[in-house]
Design a protein around this ligand. Structure first.
Ligand code: ATP
Length: 282
C-alpha cells in the first residue's frame, strides 16, 4: 500500500479469490497506462470538490474508487467522462490529452459511463434504451444481441418500458446501454446503489465477461467489501483528497476505515465501511 501513485506496479491478486476471478487478471497490452489523471482540481461553484487527484489505470484493470458520501467520487468519474470541467490538472486517455474534449467525443474515443441513478428513458422500451447507447458507438464486439447473451432475461422483455422494471433490471439495462457503445474504459458509478445484496452480486457477476471482451473498468463503489472483491487496485477519497491507495491484498481493514472516515472518526468507532448500511430497494 502507498499513499502516492507507484508507477508500473505489479498486479497483486486479492486474497481469497480463485484463479480466473477479476482480481487475478494480468494487465494486458504493453503496460502503458490507458487512463492517466494528473493533479485534478474540480470546483462546484465555490466548493472545491477535488483537490489534486491523480490516478493511473492500466488496460485490463478493475480500478475501484471508494469513499463516503460527498468524498468526490462521482465528481471524479464525471470529470473523466467530460461532464465537469476541471479547474486544474489533466486527463490523458491512451496517451492523448482529452482534458478539453467534449463528452460525446470522449465516448467516441471509448470513455463511456454508467451514471449513478442509471438515467434511463423510463418511457422507452428496454431495446430503445439500448439503442440510445449506440449514438456515439465505436466499432467493436458489443451489439444488442451480445447484451442479450450477457443478460438472457432481456431478450423476451425487450419491448417492455424500463419504467416497469426493478432497480436491478434497470441497472442491467444501463450497463447494456454503455456496452453497445463499445467502451475501452467503462466508468461505473455506484452500481449497487439502492439494490439488495443478492441483486448486486448478480450484477457484478457479469464483470468477468466484460473484462474478457477487452474493456477496462473504473468504478465507484460505496460497498467496500464489494469493491475489494472485484478490484485489482483501489483508491480511497475523503473530502476531495486521496487518503489511501493500493491493491486489495495490500490494504488492511483498519487502513481502509481510517482512510474512509479520516483517522479521528475511525478511531471513535464509526460504522465500518466493510459493512455498509443496507440501502436496498431493488
Ligand atoms: P455520493 O456517494 O454522495 O455521490 P461522492 O463521493 O460521489 O458522494 P460527489 O457527488 O462527487 O461525492 O460530491 C462531492 C462534493 O461536491 C459534495 O460536497 C457534493 O455536495 C458536491 N457536489 C457534487 N455535485 C455538485 C453539483 N452539481 N453542484 C454543487 N455541488 C456538488
Amino acid at each position: 500500500m502507498s499513499s502516492s501513485l507507484p508507477g508500473g506496479r505489479p498486479p497483486v491478486p486479492p486474497e481469497g479469490l480463485p484463479d480466473g476471478e477479476p482480481g487475478y487478471r494480468e494487465r494486458t497490452g504493453n503496460g502503458a497506462p490507458l487512463l492517466e489523471v494528473r493533479d485534478l482540481v474540480v470546483h462546484h461553484g465555490q466548493l472545491r470538490a477535488l483537490s489534486g487527484i491523480s490516478l493511473t489505470v492500466y488496460p485490463g484493470e478493475v480500478y475501484a474508487l471508494i469513499g463516503a458520501n460527498g468524498a468526490g467520487k462521482s465528481t471524479l468519474l464525471r470529470t473523466i467522462a467530460g461532464l465537469h470541467h476541471p479547474t486544474a490538472g489533466s486527463i490523458a486517455f491512451d496517451g492523448k490529452d482529452v482534458t478539453g474534449l467534449r463528452p460525446e467525443k470522449r465516448a467516441g474515443a471509448g470513455i463511456v459511463m454508467v451514471p449513478e441513478g442509471r438515467r434511463l428513458f423510463p418511457s422507452l422500451t428496454l431495446e430503445e434504451n439500448l439503442k440510445v447507447g449506440m449514438s456515439y458507438a465505436r466499432k467493436g464486439p458489443w451489439a444488442i444481441e451480445r447484451v442479450y447473451e450477457l443478460f438472457p432475461w432481456m431478450k423476451d422483455r425487450r419491448g417492455q418500458r424500463t419504467a416497469q422494471m426493478s432497480g436491478g433490471e434497470q441497472q442491467s439495462v444501463a450497463i447494456g446501454r454503455a456496452l453497445v457503445a463499445n467502451p475501452r474504459v467503462l466508468l461505473l458509478d455506484e452500481l449497487s446503489l439502492g439494490l439488495a445484496p443478492v441483486i448486486v452480486q448478480r450484477i457484478y457477476a457479469m464483470l468477468p465477461q466484460i473484462l474478457e471482451s477487452g474493456i477496462t473498468v473504473l468504478l465507484v463503489e460505496q460497498d467496500v467489501s464489494q469493491a475489494l472483491r472485484v478490484a485489482t487496485h483501489l483508491q480511497c477519497l475523503l473530502e476531495g483528497h486521496v487518503t489511501l491507495e493500493g491493491t486489495p491484498a495490500e490494504v488492511t481493514r483498519e487502513q481502509v476505515e481510517a482512510a474512509y472516515f479520516g483517522v479521528s472518526s475511525a478511531a471513535s468507532g464509526g460504522t465500518t465501511p466493510l459493512d455498509p448500511p443496507n440501502r436496498s430497494n431493488g
